[in-house]
Design a protein around this ligand. Structure first.
Ligand code: SF4
Length: 368
């Protein structure tokens, strides 16, 4: 009798432990989890963010190397691909280093690119932005000097670009409100002291964006992501509290997800900088206040490091850029190894030389 009781109790004890371990295992997050991102299904929690596109032709056309690179990324297990910057204006400061939206065969090539990554069930967003607003002989105009007509031009150009990507079969766009892009300055009190309805309060500084988001939402089926600085580090600039207010307003007006970044992100995130990543805390604070997906941008390079962030915080999505420049297929190795580390040494040569290829290569350049 006692033996039976002992056996039953042991069995219950075993079951309880098995249940606890199973529960812990199932709630543990892994970067290769299939997961929801708004209405989209992702193959993993890794978001690839692009920067420069140096492999395009001078005319803007995409080369076989670019299609190869995108196919390698899509096949690697990435969750979502955000393209290199599509520069809104041809004479902008970064336009010659990246993609533009106005060239012959744009529609056919972007359609081909979207179709290619969709074969691997990977969604693709176009990163849209510009750094300077130039008008006739006025270069790099200050936020306060733009007329209402200039603002309408920016809105119209952004809406037309969004419609083009919608027609091309892209799943979404990322609007550049972060780093040092023009729109990041427009929403920032350090740069915007306009006296009209587009200056003053946080809502007023955001109106230019909110108005165009409404038109894009009403006229396309695109997912809208905004890349946003958590803070800018200047005395009169953006604080985390204001970023949280902006995040709430963006969500309220239809933005589907955010990516959190900071000014001078590549310069900050190097191997030599061993400080705790301040964007982790900032991203968590933002997540607490809104109900749309939020991507942590920058600073991640190792599989264990990423899983540690996923499981010790409320962050569900991590963006990576330079590791994909070093090796567009690195996630394949990570899935096999289980303890992967990017071979990018964060030397930033690709950043300074404005290329989409790595300068520290030991392997065949034809692979890139
Ligand atoms: S050039 Fe440097 S920073 Fe860029 S991918 Fe290569 S190793 Fe990384």
């Amino acid at each position: 009798m006692n033996l039976n009781l002992f056996t039953i109790n042991s069995y219950k004890f075993f079951l309880l432990h098995f249940y606890i371990i199973l529960t812990l295992y199932t709630i543990m997050k892994d970067l290769f989890d299939r997961c929801k991102f708004g209405d989209l299904e992702l193959n993993s929690r890794i978001i690839r963010t692009g920067l420069w596109e140096s492999q395009r032709e001078k005319t803007g056309n995409l080369t076989p190397e670019i299609y190869n690179r995108y196919e390698n990324m899509a096949a690697s297990g990435v969750g979502l691909i955000i393209t290199e910057l599509y520069s809104l204006y041809p004479r902008d400061v970064f336009s010659k280093y990246t993609n533009t939206v106005n060239y012959t065969h744009f529609a056919r090539e972007t359609r081909d690119l979207a179709d290619l990554v969709h074969i691997y069930d990977v969604p693709i967003f176009a990163q849209l932005g510009f750094v300077q607003f130039n008008k006739e002989n006025q270069q790099n105009m200050k936020v306060d000097d733009l007329s209402i007509d200039d603002l309408r031009k920016i809105q119209t150009d952004m809406i037309i670009a969004a419609q083009k990507f919608d027609l091309a079969g892209f799943d979404g766009i990322q609007i550049g409100l972060g780093n040092y892009y023009f729109l990041s300055r427009f929403i920032n009190p350090n740069f915007n002291s306009r006296q009209d309805r587009y200056g003053g309060s946080t809502l007023n500084r955001l109106k230019l964006i909110l108005e165009m988001i409404k038109v894009i939402k009403d006229n396309t089926r695109l997912h809208i992501n905004c890349r946003l600085n958590a803070f800018d580090g200047t005395t009169n600039g953006m604080t985390l509290n204001e970023t949280i207010d902006i995040a709430k307003l963006l969500e309220k007006h239809g933005v589907d997800s955010l990516q959190i970044t900071r000014p001078r992100s590549p310069q900050y995130f190097t191997r030599e900088n061993t400080q705790e990543n301040p964007l982790i805390n900032a991203t968590e604070q933002i997540i607490k206040n809104i109900n749309i997906p939020v991507i942590l941008g920058g600073g991640s390079s190792g599989q264990n490091q990423i899983n540690e962030i996923l499981n010790s915080t409320s962050i569900d999505f991590i963006s990576m850029q330079r590791p994909f420049v070093k090796d567009p297929s690195f996630l394949v190795d990570w899935q096999i190894e289980g303890n992967g580390e990017s071979s990018c040494i964060t030397c930033n040569n690709c950043y300074w030389k404005k290329t989409s290829t790595c300068h520290i290569r030991s392997c065949d350049p034809k692979l890139y």
